[in-house]
Design a protein around this ligand. Structure first.
Ligand code: G3P
Ligand code: CA
Length: 288
C-alpha cells in the first residue's frame, strides 16, 4: 500500500514538474517581457479598450488588467473595486448592474478628466472582460489579475470559463502562454489551479519601501505548488532573489516600472519582465 502511495506521490510531483516546465520552456531564458500595466495607462485612461489597443500598438508582449464582478455577475475590467477614482460616479462595482456601469466613463485619473482625444464613449467605457477578449482577440496576450475575490463568489470559475471559451488556455504560435492569471490572493490562485492547471499563475508579492524581496522556505514550498512565477514590487528585487526563484524554476516579473534605467537594471539582474504603464519604455533597447 505504501509503495502505491509513493508511486502516486511521484506521479503527482512529476506531473507538476511537467506543467511548470511547459510554462518555463515558453519563456526563453534571455527574454524580457514588457507587460502593459492596465494597458498603456501612462497615455490613455487605464483598463479601457483604448488603453489595451495602444499597448498592442506599442508592441507590449502582454496586456495586464484587473477584474471584478457586477451586481448581475458580469466580469468587468477596472483596477479599484469602487468607481470613484476613475469615473464620474461613486460606489462599489458589486452594487452596479452592468447597464448602469456602462453609462459611466472610465476617463478620470486622480480627479482629472483625461479623455483621450477623439475617443468614442465605447473606447473609454468600462469594458467587460469578454469585450476585451472579443476585441483584442488572440493577437495580444493577457495577464488577468483577480482582485478582492472575497467580494465575488466564484469569480475564479467565471474567469477560467471565459478564458476557455475564447481559446486562451495554452500557448500561441511563438510558444508563449496566451493568458496568465496573477493575484496577491494565494487562495484565489489555488482555486484557479484546481480548476485548470494549464493556466500559468503568478503569485504577486509586495514588500515595504527599503525591504528586500524574500520568501521563507515554507512560503516558497507553498508557492511552488501552484505558481509558475512571482510578481514583485520592483524596488525590492535583488539579484539573490532572482537567482533563488530561478533555481526553483519560478519566473520573476517586476512591477510597476516606469523608468528606463530601472527597467534595464532589472533586466541585467535576470528578471523575466516588467509591468509598465509605458510599453514603449525601452524602445529599441528591449532587444539589446
Ligand atoms: O503589475 C502588478 C500590479 O498589477 C499589481 O498592482 O495595484 O497595479 O494592480 P496593481
Ligand atoms: Ca493589476
Amino acid at each position: 500500500m505504501r509503495k502505491i502511495m509513493l508511486m502516486i506521490g511521484s506521479l503527482f510531483i512529476l506531473s507538476s514538474c511537467v506543467n511548470m516546465k511547459e510554462w518555463r520552456s515558453s519563456l526563453p531564458e534571455d527574454d524580457f517581457l514588457i507587460i502593459g500595466h492596465r494597458g498603456a495607462s501612462a497615455y490613455v485612461p487605464e483598463n479601457t479598450l483604448s488603453s489595451f489597443e495602444l499597448a498592442e500598438d506599442l508592441n507590449a508582449d502582454y496586456i495586464e488588467l484587473d477584474v471584478h464582478l457586477t451586481k448581475d455577475d458580469e466580469i468587468v475590467v477596472m483596477h479599484d473595486d469602487d468607481v470613484s477614482r476613475t469615473t464620474e460616479a461613486a460606489g462599489k462595482i458589486k452594487d452596479f448592474t452592468l447597464d448602469k456601469l456602462k453609462e459611466l466613463s472610465a476617463n478620470r485619473k486622480k480627479g482629472e478628466k483625461i479623455v483621450a482625444s477623439g475617443a468614442d464613449h465605447e473606447d473609454i467605457a468600462i469594458p467587460t472582460l469578454s469585450e476585451v477578449f472579443e476585441q483584442m482577440g488572440t493577437e495580444v496576450r493577457y495577464v488577468v489579475e483577480l482582485k478582492d475575490t472575497e467580494q465575488y463568489p466564484d469569480i475564479e470559475r467565471k474567469v477560467v470559463d471565459l478564458m476557455k471559451s475564447y481559446d486562451l488556455i495554452g500557448t500561441d504560435q511563438n510558444g508563449f502562454p496566451k493568458a496568465v492569471i496573477h493575484s496577491f490572493d494565494k487562495e484565489a490562485l489555488k482555486k484557479v489551479h484546481k480548476l485548470e492547471e494549464k493556466i500559468p499563475l503568478l503569485q504577486l508579492l509586495s514588500f515595504d519601501e527599503g525591504e528586500e524581496a524574500e520568501l521563507s522556505r515554507k512560503e516558497l514550498k507553498e508557492v511552488l505548488q501552484y505558481a509558475s512565477g512571482v510578481g514583485v514590487s520592483y524596488k525590492a528585487v535583488t539579484p539573490v532573489f532572482v537567482n533563488t526563484m530561478h533555481d526553483k524554476g519560478l519566473a520573476v516579473y517586476a512591477y510597476t516600472v516606469n523608468d528606463a534605467e530601472d527597467a534595464l537594471k532589472l533586466k541585467s539582474m535576470g528578471v523575466n519582465g516588467i509591468h509598465t504603464n509605458e510599453p514603449d519604455i525601452l524602445g529599441n533597447e528591449k532587444e539589446s
